[in-house]
Design a protein around this ligand. Structure first.
Ligand SMILES: [Fe+2]
Ligand SMILES: [Fe+2]
Length: 358
């Protein structure tokens, strides 16, 4: 992997946060009137129990830095390689952008709706995501890279998603976020000597927030069973593959995890897929067969194409453009073949909630 330039200023960090590529987190808008019409009465008991958990707010004091945090960063970062420094900063900016993306979306929904169930939930989600984003931003500040979140909200492009796409995509990103963070946390429990930044100590309770956010979207989908049946299963399949493939390519084109945390990116990613697949049976009647040799070969092919695409981009000029077009066509074909692979089917369980037991 090539070493890209280190982020030097808050403007560099903001530019990275604003970037629009296939692999960078986006900001979303949706149909707020449709959100307002959602009816949670079919799952009232589960819904009220979940809102009570948010009300209890067991993480209200979690996202504050300890007095020794900054000194620990200074001591540990002295040993980082330039590549790790660059990739970790990139990880912080990308995580900040996706936390803040949730914060902005949930806050816009909360402001736009009068439906008390949805308004209340969205306020809790906004509360949590704003804590997460601010906590990461403090770590960027240690490098002089704090991102102006108000400016980001004003200037980043927004993608419109129908509510059903918001449900599929957000549910998956919350659950995969849980699976990623808990896998890193468990690895560092086994290998504390690999903990190269104190932020990882926060991951266990942090990912329980993400898990609960995912539970909320699971309940919203279970209240609208048509979203989980018929032609909509084709969309579920699409979002599962899009989310898995994006993660796999990103982790394999920036393999800082393997270097710094002592994890092989392929093992890590398939572990994250296993956890996400096990959880998502609570709501999706199908799952991807991530152990199938054809699936694994297709994921690796996507990575090879992504590397060729980066090379073409770096080359520039007409030839570079043509090569990028060729990479895009090959990636689409590869994605289509992955999409058509057989999937596993399962019945939705009567019990809608899952416990974060990984
Ligand atoms: Fe979050
Ligand atoms: Fe979340």
């Amino acid at each position: 992997m090539t070493l890209t330039a280190e982020l030097q200023t808050p403007e560099d960090a903001a530019r990275l946060a604003k970037a629009e590529t296939m692999l960078t987190p986006r900001f979303y808008k949706t149909d707020y009137a449709a959100m307002d019409r959602l009816d949670m009465s079919p799952i009232r008991a589960e819904w009220d129990a979940m809102l009570a958990e948010y009300e209890g707010d067991n993480n209200h004091d979690h996202f504050t830095r300890t007095p020794e945090f900054a000194a620990e960063v200074a001591a540990l970062s002295a040993d980082w390689s330039p590549q790790l420094r660059r990739d970790f900063q990139d990880f912080l900016v990308s995580s900040l952008t996706s936390e803040y993306s949730g914060c902005v979306l949930y806050n816009e929904i909360a402001k736009a709706v009068s439906n008390p169930d949805i308004k209340q939930l969205m306020r809790y989600l906004t509360r949590d995501e704003s804590r997460h984003a601010n906590f990461i931003n403090q770590s960027l500040k240690d490098f002089g890279l704090q991102v102006d979140l108000v400016g980001l909200k004003r200037t980043k492009a927004y993608t419109y998603f129908k509510p059903k796409y918001i449900f599929y995509a957000t549910y998956l990103s919350e659950k995969i976020g849980y699976a990623r963070y808990i896998s890193i946390y468990r690895q560092l429990e086994r290998h504390p000597e690999k903990r190269f930044h104190p932020i990882f100590k926060w991951f266990e309770r942090w990912c329980n927030d993400e898990f609960r956010h995912g539970e909320s979207f699971a309940l919203m989908m279970r209240a609208q069973p048509h979203l989980l049946q018929g032609a909509n299963t084709l969309w579920i399949r699409f979002f599962l593959l899009a989310v898995y493939a994006t993660m796999y390519v990103r982790d394999h084109t920036r393999p800082w995890l393997s270097e710094a945390l002592g994890m092989d990116p392929t093992d890590y990613d398939y572990r994250v897929f296993d956890i996400t697949t096990a959880i998502s049976r609570q709501v999706f009647p199908l799952s991807l067969d991530t152990d199938a040799p054809a699936f694994r070969a297709g994921m690796d092919r996507l990575c090879t194409i992504a590397v060729a695409n980066d090379r073409a981009k770096a080359r520039g000029g007409l030839l570079g453009k043509l090569q990028q077009g060729w990479c895009a066509a090959r990636a689409s074909l590869c994605f289509a073949r992955l999409y058509l692979l057989p999937v596993k089917h399962s019945e939705l369980p009567r019990e809608m909630r899952v416990a974060p037991s990984w």
